[in-house]
Each structure stands twice: as C-alpha cells, then as structure tokens.
Design a protein around this ligand. Structure first.
Ligand code: GDP
Ligand code: IMO
Ligand code: MG
Length: 442
C-alpha cells in the first residue's frame, strides 16, 4: 500500500521520538501527513527543530506542525505547547515567503506563551547551574536550548504568573496580570544576577501587536479536534523532543519540561488516549543527544566524528554539535514500551554505510556488576552503568537509492531485522536519506 493511502494508518495516529530527539520525526510526519486532515503538536515549544526535505528544499520547523507543506491541511498547535509568538510568526513569514500556504495554522487559546523574561530566566538559570558542581565539565547545567521552555512550563504550574495565548487577545486583563508578574519576575531575575528588568507597559507593547497578528489563528482547539473526530476526520499527533527527554520518564534531571511521549497527548490536546489507534516510534539507526546527561553508548572518537559528519549531526535549533554513539536498544525498548508503539521508523540508515562493523547495546552492566536489559532512567544510576554490545558486520554500499528492503545489502537488512527482534515491534519505514522520497515503506 502506498504511504498516501488513507486507510494505511488509523484515524488517530501518533509519531513520537524514542531516543533523545532529532530522530527524524519531521520527515515521517511530512511523509504520512497526506493520509490525515490535521497534524497536531501537543508538547514542547521552539526547543524542537523538525527538518523536512522535499525535492532538495529543506524546511526547519520549530513550532509549526510538519504537515504545513500540504496546502490547506490543518496544522494545530494544541494547548500542551509553549508558544513563543515571535518564533511562530517568523516561521509563518519564512514559509509564506517560500510559497507555502499557511492558512491551515491554528493555535490553542490555552497554550502558554513564552515571554521574553522566560528566555532570560532560562539563560540565567543555566549560567548559575554551570557554576555549580564540576565546573570544567559544565557544572550542573542541563544544557537547555535557552528557548524559555522550562521557565514557561514552571509558570504554567505556578498558575498566577502564567500567560496563555488567549490572554494576548485581552490586553487590559493582561496588563493587570503583568503587574504582579513583573514584581515576581524582576525579583527572581535580579537574584540570579540578571541586569534587565521588565515593566508591564513594555511587555504589553511587545504582546499587543503579536496578539493582533495571531488573532485569526487562535481557537479552542479541544472542541476543534473533537468536532473533527466526530465528523470522521483523521488526526496525526506530532511529538516533539523525545521519550528519554520526558519530564517524568526520561533521564531526569537532564530532560525537557513536558510529557513528550503519547502519554502527553491527552493532557496536551484534550483528546483521550483511548482514541489513539497507532503509534509510530521514530528511531535513529544510532544515538545522538544534545545537551548534558548520561548517554552510555557515546563515541568520543573517530567513529563518533565520522557519524556526526555523515549524518550532519548539528542541532536544527541551536546548531550545537550533537553527541553521537551506537544504537542503544535497552533505551529504545524502554521508550517503545512507554509509548505502546505499533511500528518503528528506522532513520538515517545510510549514515552507517562505510563502517567495518556496527555495534548495538543490548544490555547494561550496572555498578556492582549486575547485568540488566531494563533502562534505569535515573541519571545517576545510568551514568555509572556500562553498555554491553553485540557486534554486527558493517556494509559499504551506498543505500540512499534503496526503495525496497530487497534493495538493501544483506548486512543492512540484518541490522534492520535485529532492531525489529530486539524491540519486538515491526519496522514500518526505513529511511535512507533526508528527502521524502528516500524511504522504504514496509
Ligand atoms: P526531528 O527533530 O526528529 O524532526 O529530527 P531533526 O530534523 O532535528 O533531525 C533529523 C535530521 O536528519 C534532519 O537534518 C533530517 O533532514 C535528516 N534526516 C532524516 N532522515 C534521514 C535519513 O534517513 N538519512 C539522512 N542522511 N538524513 C536524514
Ligand atoms: P526535537 O523535537 C534534541 C534537549 C536539550 C536539553 C534538554 C532540555 O527536535 O527532537 P529545553 O530547552 O527543552 O529545556 O532543553 O532537552 N532537547 C532536545 N534535544 N531535540 C529536541 O527536539 C530537543 N528538545 C529539547 O538539548 O538537553
Ligand atoms: Mg530536531
């Protein structure tokens, strides 16, 4: 069946990352989006960077869902997302200037707004943390994207200091809230050594034109999504960040601040989990991580450098070189379990071509010697474990033109089959290049 057949995927399908982000979620969402009426982001914010490549044209999306390249398709930023209005408008302008129809973009009135002080707070917290603990190795900093994500979600939980997208449409009420928000924020920012303070008036001057421009997109997306489903329409949920960065289930504290797995969809959209019929778990054929935190299979050597260069492993959002390592099947199995994945999309297989041998981590040796195939998400426990590897023959052939599994060299096929066996889930897509067309379906 072709990937555009509307009956290939259930009416509610989710695409989620199973590692530390940048697995290629944007590519898979773009690939299967024709089967759906709406593509919905439910978590994260402009910390995400989803790349889509169509006929050699590259699009980097941070907040706008990756279905936007199909004219008229609904692209919904739901309530669980933290929205930087400047970033979303910049993205809209860039896409429009490249001829993309952005008329399908809808933003929840209940999504939270990343305010200028959130980005300042993110920066100051990271600076303070980097000066604590083991300073030469980055101290206690998380290595955030400094997009204000954590501070914005913290204010959502604090409630009284939160600003929601709907508030941008009510400047008078927003002005009143900004009085106590500024008092609290300025005290905190100054305590962290910040030099800039904020006035309600300057924040209102910032917010008012942004709200006016976004107004036509702002809706109650909970009813919108339920109305679509009641009409028999098809909805694709696009996860941002990834399972091992989940605030509850990831390698805490080196995580992001949202529920990144399918468990975040009900809270982040208002659509109950029982509606989700299929989950595609996106897995890179090796591991990458940006920011701090344990990564057992990391290769700080010539192999890591080679994979980084071949895979162009530099952040879509921050440009930071990504840490690179062998595929960690203990971690992927854990993430697949959390997400209840129905199938896997195995990405960037082409990048592994040219290596004499390939290693995959199949278990961990914990401090004390016990061997386990279970993932201990606690960062301290994980950091003290050692990876146990299985070694497979590598392949030298260029696989970027492969369009069926039979086109792959035997060693590459064996690698795909090993992943299927180890995770216990079929691989539905193998990606052999960044372009939409460079995909083996089935
Ligand atoms: P996302 O955040 O999960 O959407 O992933 P990113 O877009 O941040 O990072 C994935 C990168 O890999 C992007 O530059 C993609 O264009 C690229 N990519 C996706 N699939 C493939 C593939 O199969 N092969 C290669 N070489 N690059 C790929
Ligand atoms: P996509 O959707 C890779 C990482 C950051 C940092 C940690 C916390 O493109 O896969 P934050 O700014 O969220 O407070 O940073 O999480 N991180 C990502 N890494 N891809 C992402 O998104 C990420 N989103 C957050 O690097 O380590
Ligand atoms: Mg990314």
């Amino acid at each position: 069946m072709s990937s555009t057949n509307p009956h290939r995927h259930p009416a509610c399908t989710a695409v989620v990352g199973l590692q530390w982000g940048d697995e290629g979620k944007g590519k898979i969402v773009d690939l299967i989006a024709p089967s759906f009426d709406a593509v919905v982001r439910y978590n994260g914010g402009a910390n995400a960077g989803h790349s889509v490549v169509v006929k050699g044209e590259r699009y980097a999306l941070h907040l706008v869902p990756s279905g936007i390249l199909y004219p008229g398709k609904l692209s919904v930023i739901a309530n669980g997302v933290v929205v930087d209005p400047e970033v979303v408008l910049r993205e809209v302008d860039t896409l429009s200037s490249r001829g993309v129809d952005v008329s399908g973009l809808i933003i929840s009135d209940r999504a939270h707004v990343v305010m200028p002080y959130h980005k300042a707070e993110d920066e100051l917290r990271e600076r303070t943390l980097s000066q604590a603990g083991n300073v030469p190795t980055g101290g206690e900093a998380i290595g955030t994207t400094k997009r204000g994500i954590g501070p914005c979600y913290a204010d959502k939980a604090h409630r009284a200091t939160a600003v929601r997208v709907g508030d941008l449409l009510r400047p008078d009420a927003l002005h009143r809230r900004l009085q106590h928000i500024c008092a609290l924020k300025n005290a905190y920012l100054c305590a962290l050594g910040g030099e800039k303070t904020y006035t309600p008036e300057e924040l209102l001057d910032w917010a008012r034109p942004l709200g006016a421009r976004l107004a036509p997109c702002i809706r109650d997306t909970t009813y919108l999504l339920h109305d679509l489903l009641a009409e028999g329409k098809r909805v694709l949920f696009e996860g941002a960040n990834a399972a091992l960065l989940d605030v509850d289930h990831g390698t805490h504290p080196f995580v992001t601040s949202s529920s990144t797995t399918v468990l975040g969809i009900p809270a982040g959209t208002g659509v109950p989990g029982s509606r989700i019929g299929s989950v595609i778990g996106v897995v890179k054929a090796y591991s990458t991580r940006v920011g701090n935190g344990p990564m057992l299979t990391e290769q700080v050597n010539a192999i890591g450098d080679r994979i980084r260069e071949r895979g162009r492993e530099y952040g879509t959002t921050t440009g930071r070189p990504r840490r690179v390592g062998w595929l960690d099947l203990v971690a992927v199995r854990y993430s697949a379990m959390l997400n209840g994945v129905s199938s896997l999309a195995l990405m960037l297989l082409d990048v592994l071509s040219g290596l004499d041998e390939l290693k995959v981590c199949t278990s961990y040796r914990l401090e004390g010697g016990a061997v386990t195939d279970r993932f201990p998400p606690d960062a301290d426990v994980l950091a003290r474990a050692q990876p146990v590897y299985e070694t497979l023959p590598g392949f030298r052939e260029d696989v970027t033109e492969a369009r069926t599994r039979a086109d792959l060299p035997g060693a590459a096929r064996a690698y795909v089959e090993l992943v299927e066996r180890a995770v216990g889930v079929p691989v539905s897509h193998v990606s052999v290049g960044p372009d939409r067309a460079q995909t083996i379906v089935g």
